[in-house]
Design a protein around this ligand. Structure first.
Ligand SMILES: [Zn+2]
Ligand SMILES: [Zn+2]
Length: 173
């Protein structure tokens, strides 16, 4: 089956300079950035793309359906459980969803090759989190946004990044 992912309107680059492009109404704390990194990876895995910053799990989040190009708002608390199963009114038939998801997963990568890179290992993620906390303390807005972008912005290796984020939170043995 040939499948081309629908074109999602690119975000305006100027809004990418805003913290709100990554975290909507949330402080850039390690906790919020961690939640956002896991959320963007989870919705990516389910064939959704964020169209705005992660707002928390029970606040409507603007997202695009990567299966058909629909855009609208959804609660992450529903999306994370792959609810509703019909995704949204007018989506492609549910019977096609598994093959569409595997076609979409072909875009995934284990390593980041983005021009402005994203951390994908536990050490890299830990370093960026430390740098973020420093930037927050120093009130360096540009660096805060850059680090939040690195941890939560779109990347083909978003799953690897989330895995590293999750591993950081495993209690030490
Ligand atoms: Zn759809
Ligand atoms: Zn990347």
């Amino acid at each position: 089956m040939t499948y081309e992912a629908p074109r999602i309107a690119p975000r305006n680059w100027r809004t990418e300079q805003d913290l709100g492009a990554y975290l909507a109404g949330l402080r850039p704390s390690a906790r919020n950035v961690t939640s956002a990194a896991l959320a963007v990876a989870r919705i990516d895995e389910l064939g959704w793309a964020p169209l705005g910053g992660y707002p928390g799990s029970d606040v409507l989040w603007p997202v695009a359906c990567l299966m058909c190009g629909w855009s609208g708002t959804r609660f992450y608390s529903h999306l994370r459980r792959a609810r509703p199963a019909m995704r949204h009114r007018g989506c492609l038939p549910q019977s096609e969803h598994p093959s569409l998801l595997s076609a979409l997963s072909a875009y995934a990568a284990d390593t980041c090759r983005c021009r402005r890179g994203h951390p994908t290992t536990v050490h890299e993620v830990a370093d960026v989190l430390v740098a973020l906390q420093r930037a927050v303390r120093e009130d360096d807005h540009g660096q805060v946004v850059a680090h939040v972008r690195a941890l939560t912005g779109p990347c083909p290796a978003t799953a690897a990044r989330a895995q590293a984020v999750r591993a950081l939170h495993k209690p030490p043995k």
